[in-house]
Design a protein around this ligand. Structure first.
Ligand SMILES: Nc1ncnc2c1ncn2[C@@H]1O[C@H](COP(=O)(O)OP(=O)(O)OP(=O)(O)O)[C@@H](O)[C@H]1O
Ligand SMILES: [Mg+2]
Length: 372
């Protein structure tokens, strides 16, 4: 090792590593003024003692939906004591009990007992507390599609929203955050009786917007001159192509770490190339690890051969292997599509043109390397 590298080994290129964390809330949050305004309009009625506007927040992945809701909830928390804003990550809270526990915690300050309370009792406690403390409530269900897979969302919404009818003094609103437009129809059908929401759309960021957001991260996260404009341009290209802003933020972090581990004072071409190769496998691995055993079975079957599957044949293989029925197969297939592991194409053939083809979005070697 060169003397220079030894001297440099303890130093860092990162001014702040947190800036690249998935739950970092950027102080500079641009290009979403209209959406933030929309959220404010949904919440505002509570400030005049009337009901908040139920709202669906729609947009592809990494378009800033979670950030917008968290930011606006923070603003409310700082300014208004009698409105409880409860943010629920449905990937973590995917049962009715768990959802109501989170709401209970937000209102009462502590979790209810893990077991022993019925859902009805838990719900009663929540309503009594809201009444007693003269509080209003907005619940944001983030990534609600995870809940749609598990429980009857209609029931949760109905329970929450009927409080409005029963008690004049308590106002409750529901926000539903969705990253897949397809789910909108499922949601509307399920819950339309109690929930007629406004919609706020989060369109994908343009190339220039992505560039500006990434440049902001570079300024906040790295020391000056750690990355050149050209390399930031390369990372912006990759990000734009993937359609996922998180790819860019991750690439910056990985490239910074690689450069640092090699004792370099700045990020070089080869560090970005290595980061790009590494990033694909990391995000794929994370998606695969989050799957249930049954879901892994199905993706394993799809990754067995490098070909386009016909849904019917695939179901036969799946059924033979697991004994599971068609309905379950379909649910899993939709989830794999939602996670962007596969594409489903209607061929226009078969009964009523419903025949489908299943296409793996990744190289089968990459999937198998992740040991499904
Ligand atoms: N306008 C913006 N300015 C700065 N950073 C942003 C902006 N929009 C999104 N981000 C960043 O991009 C990442 C993804 O944003 P966020 O989690 O809010 O997206 P999302 O729409 O909720 O995505 P998903 O549908 O996958 O949950 C976060 O790291 C966030 O800080
Ligand atoms: Mg989100």
């Amino acid at each position: 090792m060169k003397i220079e590298n030894i001297l440099f080994a303890g130093e860092t290129l990162f001014k702040s590593l947190d800036v690249f964390d998935p739950d970092y809330i950027p102080p500079n949050y641009n290009f979403r003024e209209n959406q933030m305004e929309g959220l404010a309009i949904s919440i505002r009625p509570v400030f005049r003692n009337s009901r908040p506007i139920n709202t669906v927040i729609l947009g592809q992945c990494a378009t800033g939906k979670t950030t917008a809701v968290k930011k606006i909830f923070e603003m409310v928390k700082e300014n208004k004591d009698d409105l409880i804003c409860c943010y629920i990550n449905c990937q973590l809270h995917n049962t009715i009990y768990s959802v109501f526990s989170k709401i209970h915690k937000e209102i009462v300050g502590i979790e209810p007992p893990v077991s022993g309370l019925s859902i009805t009792r838990l719900y009663q406690i929540i309503v009594e507390q809201l009444k007693k403390k003269e509080l209003n409530l907005i619940v944001a269900f983030d990534d609600i599609n995870y809940l749609l897979h598990e429980v009857d969302v209609n029931k949760i919404f109905y329970d929450l929203l009927r409080v409005n009818e029963e008690y004049d003094s308590v106002e409750i609103g529901v926000f539903a955050i969705l990253s897949d437009i397809e789910f909108r129809f499922e949601l509307e059908k399920n819950v339309s009786s109690v929930f007629s929401p406004h919609e706020i759309l989060f369109p994908p960021y343009t190339y220039n917007e992505i560039h500006d957001i990434l440049l902001d991260r570079v300024k906040a996260g790295f020391y000056p001159n750690v990355i050149s404009n050209e390399l930031l341009g390369e990372i912006t290209n990759q990000t734009y192509e993937s359609g996922d802003l998180r790819v860019g933020i991750n690439l910056l972090k990985i490239a910074g770490n690689i450069a640092e581990s090699k004792g370099s004072r700045s990020i070089k071409d080869e560090h970005v190339d290595e980061a790009i190769a590494k990033n694909v496998s990391v995000s794929l691995k994370q998606s695969l690890e989050s799957l249930t055993e049954e879901e892994k079975e199905l993706i394993g079957l799809i990754a067995k051969e490098d070909k386009i599957f016909n849904a019917k044949d695939l179901f036969n293989d799946f059924n033979e292997k697991t004994g599971l029925k068609y309905h379950k197969f379909n649910t899993i297939l939709n989830k794999l599509e939602f996670l962007r592991l596969i594409d489903i194409k209607f061929t226009g053939k078969g009964t009523r043109g419903n025949s489908r083809q299943i296409i793996l979005r990744f190289n089968i070697d990459d999937i198998n390397k992740c040991q499904v």
